[in-house]
Structure formats: C-alpha cells, structure tokens
Ligand binder design. Structure first.
Ligand code: PRX
Length: 662
C-alpha cells in the first residue's frame, strides 16, 4: 500500500510569513505556535476550556471531555445556543450596525444585512418554524441556493434547537428523497429556483419530484428567489414571505445541551449509501470559532469570502458559522465563477475590497487555464490572505495563486479537513508557520495527527502511509446518523481508538504533512466527494446494465475524473445513445456532479477468483497506463486484454468543468 500512495514530489520552496503579517497576527511565530500546540496536546482540557470561555454560555460545563472511544462528549453539562453566539452577542456593541452578510446574486443583485438585520430575520423565520410546529430536535431539510436565506434558515433552526440538513442544490430529486428518508425530516425549506450560468435551476420542481409518492415531510416553505413558475401543493407548501406576515421579531434563543445535535450533512463514503455526518453544538462551534480566529486571523475590518456553496461543509463552517461567530463580515455569492465572464471572482474582489479569499484548487486550476488577462483587469490589492481547501493543491497552482492573485504578498493557507472533522485540522497559521507549496503543513491546536503503516506504526520521514488522528477533537463528528455501528467500523476500527481519515499522506523531515488524497473508494472530483459505489449503484439501477465499476483517473482540471466500466445485460447492444442515457440516469439519481466523464462498455470486468472486481487494474486502464503489478489473482486474463483494446476516445470526454457549488 505504501508504494501506491507514496508521493514523489519533493518541493523545496519555503515561504516565511512576512514580518509585517506576523506582527499583527494572533499567532506571531513558529515558537509561539509550538508552545500553544504542545499545551493543547498535553492539557487539552485546559486549552479548550480557555477557548470556550470566549463563547456565550447559558450554563457552564462540568467536564470538558468525556471520551469513551469512539464516542466523545465535549463540555458535558454546558448549555448554549449557536445562533445567539453568532448574532445576539454582537448586538451590544459597535458591531450591531456592521455588515454580517454581503451577498451578490448571479444576475448581479446586491444585498447587505447588518448584524441587527440578520438577527431580526433569523428571529422572524424561527417564529415561522415554530408556527409550523417545528420543534427542538426535529429535522429540517434545507435545499436553497447560496443566498442570505440559507444562512437565515440554518440559524433559525439552531435558534430553536431544530436539526438542519442542507442538501446541495446540485443534487437530484432522488438524493433529496434519500436524505429525507434517512433523517426522518418533517419540514423542507427551498426556493422556487436559483441561478447558475444564467439559467434557472428548478429547485422546487426537484423537491416536488422528491416528495411525490409520500415522505415524512409535512411542510415545505418556499423562498421566492428566481420568480419561475412553480406548483404549490395545497396544505403542504407555504411561501416564505407570506408566512413572515404572521410573526413578530421576538424569539429568544433556546438553550440546548452542548451535545445537542446541530446538523446532519450527508457525504459519500465507500458504500453505496451516503452517510449522515452528525455534528453537535458546542464542540462544532468551538472548532469553527477557533480555526476562523487563528487560521484566517480574521479582524473586524476584514471582508471574508469563502466561495463554497452552503450545501457543503465548507459553506456551513466558513461561509456561515465561523465568520458570524467572530462578528466578521462574510461575503456570499450565488453563482458560477465564469458568469457572465471568467473574471467574476476578480470583479467581486475589486468591487467589495475583499480581504480574505478561501477557494478550491479546482477553481484555481480553471483560473490558470482561463488566463491571467482576466485577473489583470482588476485591482486585487485589498487581499491580504488566501486559503485553499477541498483537495491537494499542486505546487504550480499554489504558486500561481500566491503570485497572480496574492501579488506575492498574501500568505496561502492550504487547509486540510473533512465533513467529518467539522473544522480545519491541518493548516498553516499565516503569521507563524512557513509554507511550502502543496503542503497543508502542521496540525492545528489539539490535533494529534500521524501517518501510519498497515500495522498502525508511525512511519518515518517521507514515507507514505495512512493519515490518522489519535485524539478526539471538539468539532469531530459524533456519529453517523442512525448508525453507530457504521460510525465505529468506518472510522475507529482499523486502528482501535484512532480516527481513520481515509486519506494517504506523508510527513517530511520538518514534520510537514503532504496529503496525497483518498485511499479508499472515494473520489475527489473538482473538490467534491463522490463514492464510487454510489455511482455504481445508480448505473446498475438502469434496466440495461448488468454490472458497473467506477474508478478515478487523474485529471488536470478536476483532480480526478470519473470513469465507468459497464457491462450490459444479455441482448443489449452498446451504443452512443445508451451512453448518453446512462449519463442522464446518473444525473437523475445523484446529480450532475456525479456524471461519469467517460463510460466504457465492456464484455466483462476483471475479477478475482472470489468475484471481487479488481479496481486497481481498472484504474490503470482508465488512466491509459499499461497494467503493471500483480495480476495473478485475476480469474480470466482475456478480460484484461479486451478492456485495454477499448478505444480510449470512445467515451464522452467532456473537458468542460462545471465547478459546481464553488
Ligand atoms: O481527501 C481529502 C480532501 O477532501 C476530503 C474531504 O472531503 P469533504 O468531506 O467533502 O470536505 C471537503 C472540505 C473540507 C479529504 O478527505 N481534502 C480536503 N482538503 C484538502 C484535501 N486534500 C488535500 N489537501 C487539502 N487541503
């Protein structure tokens, strides 16, 4: 295994934090980071208790951590409310009339909500939820575009102790239905439509499909965003703006226990069924609060722009909760980065004087391809810090980001984390930790990360292995919703009591982490997680498909591209029409982001004698390599020869990338 995930990239460039940046930063030197890090590992209770005191509590905790592996409880006995921490606490002082959210819609509308205004809207919408019998602990699906209403809906749920589950707007009706079924949600909040590259995404339509046939959802609240024609189901669907007429703006935050569930966010794993990652209140809040404070070193004067869609964990943690918990100003943009032209991001940065930009390597690679001229047209001198997240960033893209976007003066923080981790775990601190292009550098406070071999032994410098976390951390997932056993098995069983990330990594001689990417059956396409078996299940659900195997192949733009090997049922003949049909089929079942880039029909798939598909071979074939390594377990050698003969160009090799949800 080590051989597979060893990285051959040795990067020698080092960028030290400028004296200027270090002087003003909260963590000013490597020595200060190391001292605090040591304390956070040796005395986590003391460290986290000190940080937690910066939050607002209704009742203080009795115990910082109760760890009965693999189940953690943080700040046991404490009570707080997350929306109060993001809103009410800022109303007493000068932040009251400061912008909390600055929003731009894809067609160009602009809106600003001050903390006072956002507080009012959240209180009113929380009253709408209450009016519709949504209570503490109830699950609410949010299927909204990146608009202030998404933040309002999330914060309103948190205000009354309801548990939100945001579903990314690019997911299909089937995906919504699955998430409703798994979460048992009784309410759903959506919009008529949203804008993406100038066209309207029919969100409400998708919801209607998802709900047809009956689900646990009793109420649908619809925000009017795009004005497109929609169907409103009598007795079930209500307009957001009409509901507001019946409520006032007084809504006291409901204090909840530290471990009260805050949200469920579904993500892909190595089985066909998405996992409902459950995060709870106090630990999650503390994780995003501390990382936003130290990693982005956010200030009152900053305008922070995280380009993620609210449907992903990055949107939860760093578009909404992180910046608001610190009283910062967060910028939200609804649409695509290349609409109407490829300089939309740079235009936004110039127009609003954005100071911190947090985006994904897949976007950065697209910008590189679109050319520097789009960048040069704009004044980006307001930027002071850049961040990257979602996948490994290749050093050349890092250098381009640093030089062309950051003008060589902005530190780049390459932040490694996952839906499961809730907040950033491995990252540079911009005033303290020298960066190396392509490395997420060192662990954040309290994070005991290591790279180990198959037996769980830590490997030496520059040897590849599995990335694990050896201690619980406040914003860790608490379980997979409704499936404690899967939680235990998936994350904590391979190395008992240690968290398995699913990523491969190595540490260099300076202890810096270099994340190689997933080593399980999960793909990372344009920064989005896709389970190969999820796509396989969708393909096999098609009437003509007998069997399917999905693998990743390296892709310059998207990181990985999806290649599907498909065998057809008896009398069905392969055709281009069928290929297109299969692509649509996957789109319908999961969403357009899961569409394979290439479908290859095969007579048979390479299998071991015990019937397991040999994905390693398929990966090699998909990336156009000759098959190397061990094939002795292969059952039928002729299968391999036939697969390799398949025309590489036979697939739909769409080079267009959608950058969905950035
Ligand atoms: O493989 C790692 C990659 O993204 C995975 C997590 O995906 P998701 O849960 O969708 O969350 C994405 C946003 C936090 C990880 O297992 N990944 C994320 N950030 C990085 C990364 N790989 C390398 N470097 C990163 N900075």
């Amino acid at each position: 295994m080590e051989k597979n995930i060893e990285s051959h990239l040795i990067e020698k460039r080092v960028f030290r934090p400028s004296r200027e940046f270090g002087k003003n930063a909260r963590i000013k030197s490597l020595a200060q980071y190391r001292k605090m890090y040591r304390e956070s590992i040796r005395s986590p209770d003391r460290f986290w208790a000190r940080e937690a005191k910066e939050l607002i509590w209704h009742r203080s905790w009795k115990k910082v951590l109760d760890w009965k592996a693999p189940f953690a409880k943080w700040f046991v006995g404490g009570q707080l409310n997350l929306s109060e921490n993001c809103l009410d606490r800022h109303l007493a002082g000068p932040r009251r009339n400061k912008a909390a959210i600055i929003w731009e819609g894809e067609p160009g509308e602009k809106r600003t909500l001050t903390y006072q205004q956002l507080h009012r809207e959240v209180c009113r919408f929380a009253n709408v939820l209450k009016r519709n019998k949504i209570r503490k602990g109830d699950r609410v699906i949010i299927y909204l575009p990146t608009t202030p209403e998404a933040a309002i809906a999330m914060l309103a749920c948190a205000r009354i102790g309801a548990v939100h589950s945001v579903v990314f707007g690019g997911f299909s009706a089937d995906s919504i239905r699955d998430r409703i079924a798994d979460s048992g949600a009784t309410a759903l909040i959506t919009a008529d439509g949203s804008y993406r590259r100038g066209t309207i995404v029919p969100l409400k339509n998708n919801v209607d499909h998802a709900l047809s046939g009956g689900t646990s959802v009793e109420r649908v609240i619809v925000f009017r965003r795009a004005g497109n024609e929609i169907h409103m189901e009598e007795g079930r669907d209500l307009w957001w703006h009409r509901e507001l007429q019946y409520v006032d703006a007084n809504c006291e935050p409901v204090p909840v226990d530290s471990e009260h569930p805050l949200f469920i966010l579904y993500t892909s794993g190595s089985t066909g069924k998405p996992k409902g990652i459950l995060h709870t209140t106090a630990g999650y809040l503390l994780g995003i609060y501390a990382t936003t404070k130290y990693v982005f070193d956010i200030r009152d004067e900053d305008l922070f722009w995280c380009t993620a869609d609210v449907g992903w964990v990055t949107g939860h943690s760093y578009v909404v909760y992180g910046p608001l918990s610190l009283g910062a100003t967060t910028l939200m943009y609804e649409g695509a980065p290349n609409w109407p032209e490829p300089d939309r991001f740079w235009r936004i940065i110039e127009d609003y004087r954005v100071t911190i930009l947090y985006t994904a390597p897949t976007a950065i690679r697209a910008f590189v391809r679109w050319g520097d001229n789009w960048v040069k047209k704009h004044d980006l001198s307001s930027l002071r810090l850049l961040g990257s997240v979602g996948e490994p960033i290749n050093p050349e893209a890092w250098m381009w980001y640093h030089k062309t976007i950051g003008g060589g003066r902005c530190p780049v923080v390459d932040t490694w984390w996952q839906t499961e981790t809730g907040s950033i775990l491995i990252t540079p601190l911009p005033g303290a930790i020298p960066t190396k292009p392509g490395s997420a550098t060192l662990p954040f406070f309290g994070v005991d990360a290591a790279v180990v071999d198959e037996s769980g032994e830590e490997v030496g410098a520059n040897v590849g292995g599995k990335l694990i976390i050896r201690k619980p951390w406040p914003s860790m997932l608490r379980t997979i919703y409704g499936d404690r056993e899967r939680y235990r098995k998936q994350y904590w069983s391979e190395f008992k009591g240690r968290y398995l990330t699913g990523d491969g990594a190595r540490r260099d001689a300076d202890g810096y982490f270099w994340i190689v990417g997933r080593i399980d059956d999960v793909l990372n396409v344009a920064g989005h997680r896709l389970g190969t078996s999820e796509i396989e299940s969708a393909l096999v659900a098609h009437a003509h498909v007998a069997e399917a195997a999905v693998v990743g192949r390296p892709d310059e733009m998207k990181g990985q591209a999806v290649v599907a090997f498909v065998t057809l049922k008896g009398s069905v003949a392969p055709s281009t029409g069928l290929k297109a049909e299969l692509l649509d089929h996957v789109s319908e079942h999961i969403g357009a982001i899961a569409k394979p880039d290439e479908v290859r029909f095969a007579e048979a798939l390479p299998k071991t004698r015990s019937g397991k598909i040999m994905r390693r071979l398929l990966k090699e074939i998909a990336s156009g390599k000759t098959v190397t390594g061990d094939t002795t377990t292969l059952e039928d050698f002729s299968v391999l020869a036939k697969l390799s003969e398949e025309e590489v160009s036979s697939g739909t090799r769409e080079r267009k990338i959608s950058l969905s949800g950035l």
